[in-house]
Write a protein that binds this ligand. Structure first.
Ligand code: PA5
Length: 452
């Protein structure tokens, strides 16, 4: 059984007190609103308003992505460089960290199963960009420029630098073998990646117009790099399908995404839990927490409601990592302001076991570790944090993945997307726009002497 599980028992009033947890009455009261929102979301999905739900069903795109990826893999690039930011970058980072081995980039080609190293350039720090250029010989590098709007200054500046280097070092004709673009389809936007693709004859993929950047991980934005990195796309699609089936149910008992949305919403609105901390207990999931941070913040952090009132909605998402942040954040989480709800994400069975050897026999104080495993210690630390948070009356939702693989990670990401869509409805905000981001982009462009 690969299904991920949700447990809200530690977010209930019976566990952390009525002041901090959700009561059965509160859960009952929110249910009709969830049901109404469910109907609306289903209707909007059927009308094709939000495309993220159905990306995994688009077999033509999956086939083409796989075929083109295989073709490019045949050219044996050493490096895959993603040029993109926000929703164009966080998804593939999350997938790679979760599904490829730790320290992926320093493994041999055989260790990477023939796939290239990955560099996700999601910033314009010149020091980092130069360092990447120094590491990535253009002849052995494939750049993938990803931008839904096709005009984001960060991505366009990176692209201009990469293009100039490719053309100068390899010749204009060769650029098409080293650069792929992923953007909105022609006719739907004025993406500046279209004229670039035309000029150099580049391979390109479309981002469906009804899919926003932060909801695009299962479009070519995440899928093409994932295929190049050896991540099985069919398992991703199956994981999405499995979660979609669960999310088709309207009831809170059966739909994990809605249950999480409802609990987080009630605890924010009624119990002052203005901060949502996602703390996985697996290194592989650290970047899923980063991806979710953007999804939650950009989708729900809104000044205006759908009906135009000033609401200043949203919960501040925070990412943490267990056990590492037990030695950094948990002091605050237990004894600081009780204004947070925690999502503790667990992997029931790690893919590897690490035994702690029977050394240092002269040190009695270490006998409790000798002959045990890191797996058991991680589990004890997790249990310790769960219980300690409960003692301090801090609400927790547990998210349990039986294993860490493409199927379960896809379930997790899909569930978090549906949860965000439902939450937007509960807050009555537009989940799918980002006026605050667009404003900053416009100002920066003007300061650079461009159109404001
Ligand atoms: O989720 C979003 O829409 C944003 O975070 C975008 O992904 C980000 O601003 C990058 O935009 P674009 O893909 O248009 O370059």
């Amino acid at each position: 059984m690969q299904d991920i599980k949700i447990d809200i028992s530690r977010a209930k009033a019976s566990a952390v007190g009525k002041e901090h947890g959700i009561s059965p009455d509160e859960l009952r009261e929110i249910e009709p609103r969830v049901l109404a929102a469910h109907d609306l979301l289903r209707q909007e999905r059927a009308e094709g308003k939000f495309g993220f739900y159905d990306l995994y069903r688009d077999q033509d795109t999956f086939r083409r992505v796989n075929a083109v990826a295989q073709e490019f893999l045949g050219r044996r690039y050493d490096n895959l460089v993603i040029l993109g930011i926000g929703g164009s970058a966080l998804g593939i980072t999350a997938l790679n960290t979760a599904l490829n081995p730790a320290y992926y980039n320093v493994l041999s080609r055989a260790g990477r199963k023939g796939s290239p190293r990955l560099f996700v350039m999601d910033n314009i720090d010149p020091v980092t960009f130069r360092a990447m250029l120094r590491l990535c010989n253009p002849m052995k590098t494939l750049y993938v420029a990803i931008s839904k709007s096709g005009e984001t200054a960060e991505t366009m500046s990176q692209l201009m630098i990469a293009l100039e280097i490719l053309a100068r070092k390899l010749g204009r004709e060769e650029v098409r073998n080293h650069l792929v673009v992923i953007t909105s389809p022609r006719g739907h936007s004025r993406s500046l990646l279209h004229p670039v693709a035309d000029e150099y004859g580049l391979t390109s993929f479309d981002i469906p117009p009804n899919v926003g950047g932060r909801f695009s991980v299962f479009s070519p934005v995440g899928l093409f790099p994932a295929a190049l990195l050896g991540i099985p796309l069919d398992a991703l699609a199956e994981g999405c399908a499995a979660m979609d089936e669960r999310c088709a149910k309207a009831s809170l008992q059966e739909n994990p995404a809605y249950l999480r949305a409802a609990v987080q919403y009630v605890l924010n609105e009624r119990k002052g839990k203005r901060i949502s901390v996602m703390m996985p207990y697996a290194d592989g999931l650290r970047d899923v927490a980063d991806w979710y941070r953007q999804l939650w913040a950009e989708s729900l952090g809104k000044r205006l409601s759908l009906t135009g009132e000033e609401v200043y909605a949203g919960q501040t998402p925070v990412k943490a990592l267990g056990a590492t942040d037990q030695h950094s954040q948990v002091q605050l989480y237990r004894e600081g302001p009780n204004d947070k709800i925690f999502s503790i994400v667990e992997v029931t069975r790690f893919e590897k076991t690490m035994r702690i050897p029977e050394v240092l026999p002269g040190i009695d104080e270490l006998s409790y570790l000798r002959g045990k495993t890191m797996n058991k210690l991680m589990n004890a630390e997790l249990q310790g944090t769960l219980d300690a948070l409960k003692v301090s009356q801090r609400p927790v939702i547990r998210v349990m993945l039986p294993r860490l693989n493409a199927h379960t990670v896809a379930q997790l990401l899909y569930m978090l997307e549906v949860e965000t869509a439902m939450s937007g409805r509960l807050y009555n905000v537009n989940t799918f726009d980002q006026p605050g981001v667009e404003e900053g982009k416009r100002i920066a462009r003007r300061l650079m002497g461009g159109r404001g």
